[in-house]
Design a binder for this molecule. Structure first.
Ligand code: FES
Ligand SMILES: [Fe+2]
Length: 387
């Protein structure tokens, strides 16, 4: 046991000490701070508070009189999760810790009573827990993980997503694997041509054998790539022609799909899964080995057409695109994670030509990310106090 701990610590030291062109990205196992992130669908948060881990931090979401609040899920007294607490004073914006009854205002995090120390407790007004800014837009709760005043939500989200006529089909899942592997998988131009060629969605679609001349392209804040016409079929020396035996498949018509990745870690694929629909996905770090995966299918429409799209999403696209097609990605990220987390993969990987988009993304994060999230709790200043 001891030797395996020492081995892991040694690996960690080596990993951190290596010289890399994107050290801030290497350090961002828990993601980037000072950004808005999606937390959950609004309808999920009702009377019962919901505890979530986001970027390694423990948050508790509470709905009081219709408004959504997010606080640190940790009592200032002895660290008890407030998620097992209760609202002792209905009608007030408070939550009371289950252990000794410290009671907090969920709006500003200030301890407004320590029930078991009497109304004159010196703790009142002094002890405090962290609060997080939240917003509810497009049927989702968004939370700002960072320090100081948050920027407007609009600054962190694509403008088209917040438009009143944007109709969203949403799926949220907890997935295994570090968020960076998921984000890189999203942008990765070459995996689609192999991994996804036999998905249900692409049963009749002919995929190219190989991408050609992939080059990174950064437009506004989006990291993407360009490519020349792909090789639909190729003769691999000593092996033969590939792909073969796909006579029933036809190449996709219409404009080429544009895939772009943006800080703090979300993807836009236009169009996907069909023309007229744009796909977004967010990779929200949970801890170093898991991320919360938000998938949005978006169409800009209204009235009867919006209803039609919702039905099409729920009965068709959700299963084909969000569940089965992107489920193939989920498996890859899960299986790849141990290599990066336990076997020093960031140092041992061997990248190839189509990966230039990934390295452009890593460099972009290193240069432009607002702040790196520290290992859980490391950003706090731990200081014991007696009131
Ligand atoms: S641990 Fe919360 S009141 Fe004591
Ligand atoms: Fe994929």
């Amino acid at each position: 046991m001891e030797s395996s701990v020492a081995h892991t610590a040694d690996q960690e030291r080596q990993r951190r000490s290596r010289t890399s062109p994107w050290p801030r990205y290497d350090e961002a196992a828990l993601g980037f701070r000072d950004y808005w992130y999606p937390a959950m669908a609004s309808y999920k948060l009702r009377r019962r508070p919901i505890a979530l881990r986001i970027l390694g931090e423990k948050l508790l979401f509470i709905r009081h009189q219709g408004r959504c609040f997010a606080i640190e899920d940790r009592c200032a007294h002895r660290g008890m999760p407030l998620s097992i607490g209760r609202c002792e004073f209905p009608g007030t914006n408070t939550i009371t810790c289950r252990y000794h009854g410290w009671t907090y205002d969920v709006g500003n995090g200030v301890c407004v009573a320590a029930l078991t120390d009497g109304p004159d407790s010196p703790v009142v007004g002094k002890a405090k827990i962290k609060t997080y800014p939240t917003e509810e837009r497009k049927g989702l709760i968004w939370v700002f993980i960072g320090d100081g005043a948050p920027p407007a939500l609009e600054e962190d989200l694509p403008e088209e997503l917040l438009r009143p006529d944007a109709v969203l089909g949403v799926r949220v899942t907890l997935r295994a694997g570090n968020w960076r592997l998921a984000a890189e998988n999203g942008l990765d131009p070459s995996h689609a041509a192999y991994l996804h060629r036999n998905s249900w969605l692409t049963l009749f679609r002919k995929f190219p054998a190989a991408k050609t001349n992939v080059a990174p392209q950064i437009v506004d804040q989006w990291v993407g790539y360009t490519q020349t016409a792909p090789l639909m079929e190729a003769d691999y020396p000593g092996l033969g022609v590939w792909p073969n035996g796909e006579w029933w498949k036809r190449p996709r018509k219409g404009s080429p799909t544009k895939t772009q990745l943006r800080l703090p870690g979300y993807l836009r694929v236009n169009p996907f899964p069909a023309s007229g629909i744009v796909h977004f996905e967010w990779y929200v770090p949970v801890d170093e080995r898991h991320h919360r995966y938000f998938q949005f299918s978006v169409k800009w429409t209204s009235g009867f057409k919006a209803l039609q799209f919702r039905l099409a999403y729920w009965f068709w696209w959700r299963w084909l695109a969000h569940v089965q097609f992107n489920g193939q990605d989920a498996r890859m990220v899960k299986f790849m994670d141990p290599f990066y987390a336990e076997e020093d993969g960031w140092k041992r990987e061997k990248l190839y030509r189509p990966d230039v988009g990934l390295t452009a993304w890593r460099k972009h994060c290193h240069e432009h990310a607002r702040a790196v999230q520290k290992i859980a709790g490391a950003s706090d200043e731990p200081r014991a106090e007696i009131f």
